[in-house]
Design a protein around this ligand. Structure first.
Ligand code: PHE
Length: 346
């Protein structure tokens, strides 16, 4: 029996096979266990001669299983290590590199340009109340100007009346900043805004930068200088010519639409020069004006002491002009080939 057991232990070539052999010998119903049990029915003399033999058998089988088991385990480990070996000399897969989105990049640039002029960056929530987005800006519920903003409303009632909404412009940040009362104020407020509108030149979400200056003795000249200085820095050229056209916004008085001169070159608009020069034209760029005294008063400031100007400009439009992009919707497709085409994944 010993010979037979030891050779089947040696023959077991997997841990499972070895376990089968072990159960057949040392398990409850095993052959060695049966011999051990038989000792109970023997005479003392038989037991004296058979006992050591049977126990010796059990010990040698146990020892053989233990050593075979160790061998099989180390072989299994070797095989696993060999299978999992990594070739460190193989070249790595080229992972596409990300980059800052043109819109984010332009917002960063604007923050830098305005920081040089002493402006801080202010922010406000994208989910606003009707008070901040409309009422405080002198756009009461029945005002026709409200119809111009195709607003996304939430069912939730808002503090100060009306409902919560997705802000339709960055102008509510004017209100939030003035209400804090830390005059004088020089801020820009870049961020996302929402209108229910979608075609090649409108997306339901787009980006604006609001500008606000509140101080003593501020006038339209400060507004024009600020916009000129900003646009010269942004487009990196000195021949930026602006045209201020009378316009209407409920929160500014007077209000001005600002146009910039440009030329059509190789199918794209290149900003620079007067729109009245031959080969040039004017393009509407942003809305602006002197902050309405009612708006200043709505924020708890005295309009006889504090005056200021504000402007709002589309960031996506600014990015398109600078990089010669022609479809606004591509900004929000997340197509890496489009970004690469405009040099944004270097
Ligand atoms: N909020 C206006 C818009 O979205 C732009 C604007 C801002 C006009 C500030 C005047 C002053 O159209």
């Amino acid at each position: 029996l010993q010979q037979q057991l030891l050779s089947s232990i040696e023959a077991a070539d997997t841990l499972d096979a070895l376990e089968t052999v072990r159960v057949a010998a040392l398990g409850k119903q095993g052959s060695v266990s049966a011999l051990l049990k038989s000792l109970g029915g023997m005479t003392p003399e038989q037991r004296q001669s058979e006992g050591p033999r049977i126990n010796g058998l059990r010990e040698s089988v146990t020892a053989a299983i233990t050593s075979r088991k160790a061998k099989l385990e180390s072989a299994a480990l070797e095989a696993k290590l060999a299978a999992e070996r990594i070739d460190m000399t193989l070249p790595a897969d080229a992972a596409p590199k990300g980059s800052v989105h043109p819109v984010s990049q332009v917002m960063d640039e604007l923050a830098e340009i305005f920081a040089d002029m002493g402006f801080a960056v202010a922010t406000g929530p994208e989910i606003e109340s009707e008070w901040y987005n409309f009422d405080a800006l002198n756009i009461p519920p029945t005002h026709p100007a409200r119809a111009m903003h195709d607003t996304f409303y939430f069912p939730e009632e808002a503090e100060g009346g009306g409902h919560m909404l997705l802000r339709t412009h960055t102008s509510p940040v004017q209100i939030r900043t003035m209400t804090q009362g830390n005059t004088p104020i020089r801020i820009i407020a870049p961020g996302r805004v929402y209108r229910s509108d979608s075609d090649a030149t409108h997306t339901p979400m787009f980006h604006q930068v609001e500008g606000l200056v509140i101080d003593r003795g501020i006038h339209m000249g400060h507004l024009k200088w600020t916009l000129e200085t900003f646009l010269k820095a942004y487009f990196e050229r000195d021949d930026i010519v602006l045209r201020l056209r009378p316009s209407y916004f409920p929160f500014t008085e007077p209000s001005a639409e600002v146009d910039v001169g440009y030329a059509q070159e190789k199918g794209r608009r290149v900003v620079g020069g007067s729109g009245d020069e031959p080969g040039h034209a004017w393009m509407e760029l942003l809305g602006s004006g002197m902050v309405h005294p009612k708006v200043i008063a709505n924020c708890g400031l005295d309009p006889d002491e504090w005056q200021g100007f504000a402007f709002g400009v589309g960031v996506d439009r600014l990015a398109m002009l600078k990089y010669g992009m022609d479809d606004l919707r591509a900004f929000f497709d997340g197509d890496l080939r489009w970004l690469a085409h405009y040099g944004f994944n270097a």
